[in-house]
Design a protein around this ligand. Structure first.
Ligand code: KIV
Ligand code: ZN
Length: 432
């Protein structure tokens, strides 16, 4: 019915991909406590916010957007609690969101009184649909909103020199905005802030609604990165949403395209279909040999805290951390995994079929990898007996036992555990 809105495409016909080698993790910025929280049916209470904050700090996030204090009393109180109770570690910077409005910016600075360091993140919408139908402003009018917002932010910082401020600007709906107009608006903001390589500001490019494919988003990021002036005085950030299911892919492709920083959430909570899932993105980098510089060794704890704080369940097949993602039920997969694990030595590069990483790196053990049900074959049955009881069976016996196990699993339904498999083995093959 043509009831969709495609995003603008930038013309980069000769792009060589990738044109920048990514060797380092980006700067991670968690927006769990802001974008994530504002999307919840029931926003987090104080206790839940504190638990999630503690988790984010433990995982190693150094930039954490903690709310929109000028628009929400609980967010204001949470910011005050962090500052007054001295809960912000030396190496962590809090970030707060605010619209480009004078009264809101003034209130934001009030919320931040006494903070050692903070990022003030100001935004306004720049896309044609927002200009025309929401704000009733032309291009110059919307640019003026951004410029005035930048001036009020700069003024607030001048009034409070005791804090080390970083400024951040987002042209909201960047991906639906004409690329060259978005650059024009950001140039107006940079003219006000006058960042330098020593004191850079952050320009954050949001895919507020994901309207195009990840490669087109990467083109838009590259176009911005190569056309904006003062590139060495900007930290280029991306903030992707998941409307088409591509938020992680878009953020990942944005890295070789020039992004220095990624905003997102744990497990992808956030408005509508969510933000980029930073756990998945960090693990994607890890699996390509890039140290994500986040402690992801206890994903079960991450899942438990997030579930408790957001009330949102995590799908058992969620990439990297879902309950089922390192399990094999089918006979041929089990057989291949068993053979590879038998050859894998501790120091050699990981080389196991069907397992993209060593599950032990995420706190999972091998026993949990292979589950025996009616689809399993001799490999799985042999693996479980070997691992659990040190029983190594000859091939003919594996074949006969697997057939018996398969029959029993069909009758009972579901997974048979190691003790049940051993009982079948003893019943049929051990003579008193
Ligand atoms: O999705 C979005 O555009 C945002 C901005 C306010 C950064 O959350
Ligand atoms: Zn967002």
């Amino acid at each position: 019915h043509r009831r969709y809105r495609p995003g603008p495409v930038v013309n980069l016909p000769n792009r060589q991909w990738p044109n920048r080698t990514v060797r380092e993790a980006p700067i991670w910025a968690s927006v769990d406590l802001r974008d994530g929280n504002q999307a919840l049916h029931e926003p987090m209470n104080v206790e839940q916010k504190r638990r999630l904050w503690d988790l984010l700090v433990r995982l190693g996030f150094k930039e954490i957007e903690v709310g929109f204090p000028a628009a929400s009393r609980p967010d204001y109180d949470f910011v005050r609690w962090l500052i007054e109770e001295d809960r912000i570690p030396e190496d962590v910077t809090i970030q707060v969101l605010v619209q480009a409005r004078e009264d809101l910016i003034r209130r934001t600075y009030e919320a931040l009184v006494g903070v050692r360091r903070a990022i003030v993140h100001v935004y306004n919408s720049t896309s044609p649909v927002q200009r025309d139908w929401v704000f009733g402003q032309d291009r110059e009018g919307v640019k003026a909103i951004a410029r005035r917002g930048a001036e009020w932010v700069a003024q607030g910082a001048r009034d409070r020199p005791e804090t080390r401020w970083t400024f951040q600007y987002s042209p909201e709906s960047y991906t639906a905005t004409e690329p060259d107009y978005a650059i024009e608006v950001c140039e107006a903001v940079l003219d006000v802030w006058q960042p330098t390589p020593e004191r850079p500001c952050i320009i954050n490019l949001p895919a507020t609604v994901e309207v195009s494919s990840p490669n087109v988003f990467a083109d838009q990021v590259e176009h911005f990165a190569t056309q904006i002036s003062r590139r060495d005085s900007i930290l280029l950030s991306v903030h992707t949403h998941n409307d088409r299911g591509g938020a992680v892919a878009a953020a990942e492709l944005a890295l070789p395209a020039g992004a220095d920083r990624v905003e997102g959430t744990l497990l992808g909570n956030g408005e509508r279909t969510g933000n980029a899932d930073l756990l998945t993105l960090a693990m994607n980098l890890y699996s390509q040999g890039i140290d994500p510089k986040l402690d992801l060794s206890r994903p079960d704890e991450i899942v438990a805290v997030c579930t408790e704080c957001t009330g949102l369940p995590v799908h058992p097949r969620h990439p990297w951390v879902g309950e089922l993602v390192y399990m094999a039920y089918s006979g041929s997969h089990q057989d291949a995994i068993r053979k590879c694990l038998a050859r894998q030595t501790p120091d050699a590069p990981w080389n196991v079929a069907y397992l993209p990483i060593d599950p032990a790196d995420l706190g999972r053990n091998y026993q949990a990898v292979i589950r025996v049900n009616s689809q399993s074959g001799k490999g799985g049955v042999a693996f479980v007996l070997e691992q659990e009881f040190g029983l190594s069976l000859p091939r003919w016996l594996q074949v006969e036992l697997a057939a018996l196990v398969q029959r029993e699993s069909e009758t009972r339904g579901g997974v048979l555990d190691a003790a049940q498999i051993r009982a079948i083995f003893e019943r049929h093959f051990i003579v008193d």
